[in-house]
Design a protein around this ligand. Structure first.
Ligand SMILES: [Zn+2]
Ligand SMILES: [Zn+2]
Length: 367
C-alpha cells in the first residue's frame, strides 16, 4: 500500500504487486492508448491520468526503480510524498509512448527531473570516526567537526547578492519550460523542455551572491556533539539526524552518519563483548598458586591463580569485559596465563631446583 497522499503505481496500471514485466508492459500500452491526449482532446482528466500512467510505468518497468519503490514507496531523491509530474515533467508524454521506436531521442535526462524550485532534502554525509577502546567501554560525547554544505548565510540560500533582484527569466517568461518543434517520422511534434536559460527555475539571478557565487550553499566546518553509546563496536553506523548537507529551496537537511572504528588497545583485545588480556607468572607461582593483579578499565582486580595452573590456561573475571550495546550486562575479562622460567637463576635458586628435580626423580644437567 502506498502511504496517504502518495500514488500507488500498481493501482494506476491496474496490476497486482507481483505483476510480471510483461503484464506491466501490456497494461501500460492498453492504458496509454485509452488516455492518450490525441484520443481525448481537451480532456484535462484524461491528460492527468495519462501522465500518471507514464509515471507509474517509468518506475515499474525499471527493475531497479521498482525495487526501490516497493521498499520505500518512492523513487529517486524526491522527498517522500513528492511528485514526479511537476512542471519539469516535460517531454515525457511522447518519449514514453514511442520510447521503443525513438530510443532516447525524446527521453533522456530532463525527463525524470523534478521541479527545480521544489524543496529538496540535502544529501546524507558519512564520515569514519575513530575512538579508543576505552571510549567505547565508557561511552562518550564527542565534539566533531565535519565539512558540509550549509545554507549560505549571506543570501539565505537564494543565491542572489543581498539588495539585488531575482528577475523573471526572459527566455521562458517565468514558466521554466520552452516549446520546441521537432521533426519525426510522424511529422512535426512539439516538445516541451526545461528552459536552457534558467534551467527550469523560471527566474534568473542578476547579481550572484558574493559568498556562494549563486549556489545558495557554502562549504563550512560544522561542529556537532555526538553521543557515542557504551559498548559500541567497529562497523556500527551512528545516525546524527539532520546534520548532513543543507537542503535546497528550503528542503530539510540530510543526515550525518558516523562509521565507528574502534582503535586497538595495547592492554586488551576485544572479542565481541569480552576483553582478552594475559598475565605473566613464574614457574613456582603456577605450581603453588598465587594472587595476581589484573588491570581492567576500572582499576586493578585481584585474580586467584590456583595451584597447579598450566601454562596457556585461561582464567576469567566475570563482568569485567565490554558493556553490551543492546541488552543488559557486560562481557567478561579472559586472562591467558603465561608461565615463565628464570633465565639466570641465582646459585641458591639452582640449588633448590636441583633438590626439586631430585625429589621428582627427573633428569637434569649436572652443574
Ligand atoms: Zn549566498
Ligand atoms: Zn527560463
Amino acid at each position: 500500500m502506498a502511504a496517504p497522499g502518495k500514488k500507488d503505481y500498481y493501482e494506476i496500471l491496474g496490476v497486482g504487486r507481483g505483476a510480471s514485466a510483461d503484464e506491466i508492459k501490456k497494461a501500460y500500452r492498453k492504458l496509454t492508448r485509452k488516455y492518450h491526449p490525441d484520443a481525448n482532446p481537451g480532456d484535462a482528466e484524461a491528460e492527468k491520468k495519462y501522465k500518471e500512467i507514464n509515471e507509474a510505468n517509468e518506475v515499474l518497468s525499471d527493475p531497479k526503480k521498482r525495487a526501490q519503490y516497493d521498499q520505500f514507496g518512492y523513487v529517486g531523491d524526491m522527498p517522500p510524498g513528492g511528485d514526479f509530474s511537476g512542471s519539469g515533467f516535460g517531454g515525457a508524454d511522447f518519449g514514453d509512448l514511442f520510447g521503443d521506436l525513438f530510443g532516447s531521442a525524446f527521453g533522456g535526462a530532463g525527463r525524470r527531473s523534478a521541479d527545480p524550485n521544489a524543496p529538496r532534502r540535502g544529501h546524507d554525509l558519512e564520515y569514519t570516526m575513530q575512538i579508543s577502546l576505552e571510549d567505547a567501554y565508557r561511552g562518550i560525547t564527542k565534539k566533531i567537526e565535519v565539512p558540509r554544505l550549509e545554507t549560505c548565510p549571506r543570501c539565505g540560500g537564494s543565491g542572489a547578492e543581498p539588495g539585488t533582484k531575482i528577475e523573471t527569466c526572459p527566455t521562458c517568461g517565468g514558466r521554466g519550460q520552452v516549446q520546441q518543434t521537432v521533426n519525426t517520422p510522424f511529422g512535426q511534434m512539439s516538445q516541451v523542455t526545461a528552459c536552457p536559460t534558467c534551467h527550469g527555475k523560471g527566474k534568473v539571478i542578476k547579481t550572484h551572491c558574493s559568498e556562494c557565487r549563486g549556489q545558495g550553499r557554502v562549504q563550512r566546518q560544522h561542529s556537532v556533539d555526538v553521543k557515542i553509546p557504551a559498548g559500541i563496536d567497529t562497523g556500527i553506523r551512528l545516525r546524527v539526524s539532520s546534520h548532513g548537507e543543507a537542503g535546497i529551496n528550503g528542503g530539510p537537511s540530510g543526515d550525518l552518519f558516523l562509521l565507528i572504528e574502534v582503535k586497538p588497545d595495547r592492554r586488551f583485545q576485544r572479542k565481541g563483548d569480552d576483553l582478552n588480556t594475559s598475565v605473566d607468572i613464574l614457574y613456582p607461582q603456577a605450581a603453588l598458586g598465587c594472587d595476581v593483579r589484573i588491570e581492567t578499565f576500572d582499576g586493578f582486580e585481584k585474580l586467584d591463580i590456583p595451584r597447579g595452573t598450566q601454562p596457556g590456561s585461561r582464567l576469567r573475571i566475570k563482568g569485567r569485559g565490554m558493556p553490551r550495546l543492546r541488552g543488559r550486562g557486560t562481557g567478561d575479562m579472559n586472562i591467558l596465563v603465561r608461565v615463565g622460567i628464570s633465565k639466570n637463576p641465582s646459585a641458591k635458586e639452582r640449588e633448590l631446583l636441583e633438590q626439586i628435580a631430585k625429589e621428582m626423580k627427573i633428569p637434569v644437567k649436572d652443574k
